[in-house]
Design a protein around this ligand. Structure first.
Ligand code: 6PG
Length: 260
């Protein structure tokens, strides 16, 4: 546990508050130092509260939304106005409510029949946004928001998937096992691990056993893909609620007490 940066919030609401505070602080620092804030959003139900918080006072006015550049960690193979779309989730909860220039919102076009081409195009789009060579090393996002599934997946990196072994491409198409909608696009470990900051949001008792296995069990990323996430030079902080942390034991609470 000593290597894990863990913050335990009382419940999902407190977790979203803490995540919103950190988002605002990281955005402020990035804009001050680099003139903009590049962030990859996640899907799933846990971040919705964070997005809604950010879109409302007092947080809404604490971020310079015109300086934000938005990407996604993964997208499901549905049109952008579909209720299962991660873009739709973020748009409804946040992006449509704040002033982000449209050209700074980079969605994954996972609804296209040729998802592999869409994944390659996404790599090109990221490279352009960062003014780097699309065939070179991935750029560093200021913040990557991630969630964790009950099976230990993150973004759309699922147990046993070929995408887990991707060493070069920044975005790939995948098929999610037994999870509608199955066809997706996901960022890969090479780009996730170049991030300056990673926040993993995990809430709910149904995640407790998996969280314990991921943080305190053996390193088996083929079984628990989120174990692949380990930033090269950045910081990774787990933001979890008490229910999700309930199987970690007293040592975790002590560690969490020391986390920012
Ligand atoms: C997705 C995700 C996925 C998600 C986890 C946790 O599009 O499904 O990005 O990785 O973050 O499954 O989701 P919950 O927050 O809903 O538990």
């Amino acid at each position: 546990m000593t290597d894990v940066d863990l913050s335990i919030a009382a419940d999902a609401d407190a977790l979203s508050l803490s995540a919103a505070e950190q988002f605002v602080e990281l955005a402020r620092t990035a804009v001050l130092t680099r003139g903009r804030f590049t962030v990859a959003l996640s899907g799933g139900s846990t971040p919705r509260r964070l997005y809604e918080r950010l879109a409302a006072p007092p947080f809404q006015d604490r971020v310079d939304w015109t300086r934000i550049e938005v990407f996604w960690g993964d997208e499901r193979g549905v049109p952008p106005d579909h209720p299962d779309s991660n873009f739709h989730l973020a748009s409804a909860a946040l992006l449509d409510r704040v002033r982000i220039p449209r050209q700074r919102i980079h969605r994954m076009r996972a609804e296209l029949a040729d998802r592999d081409a869409a994944a390659r195009d996404y790599q090109i789009e990221i490279a352009r946004a960062f003014c780097v060579d699309e065939a070179g090393r991935p750029p560093s996002l200021d913040l990557v928001l991630l969630g964790m599934g009950g099976d230990g997946h993150t973004a759309s990196l699922f147990p046993g998937a070929e995408a887990l072994r991707e060493g070069r491409r920044w975005a790939v198409s995948v098929e999610a096992p037994q999870r509608p909608p199955p066809s997706r696009i996901t960022l890969t470990a090479p780009i996730l691990n170049r991030a300056r900051e990673i926040r993993v949001l995990v809430a709910g008792a149904d995640k407790a056993a998996t969280l314990r296995a991921v943080l305190q069990g053996p390193h088996e990323p083929e079984r628990r893909p989120i174990q692949l996430v380990a930033p090269e030079n950045g910081r990774m902080l787990w933001l979890v609620d008490a229910a999700a942390a309930s199987a970690l034991g007293p040592a975790a609470a002590a560690v969490a007490g020391g986390a920012r």
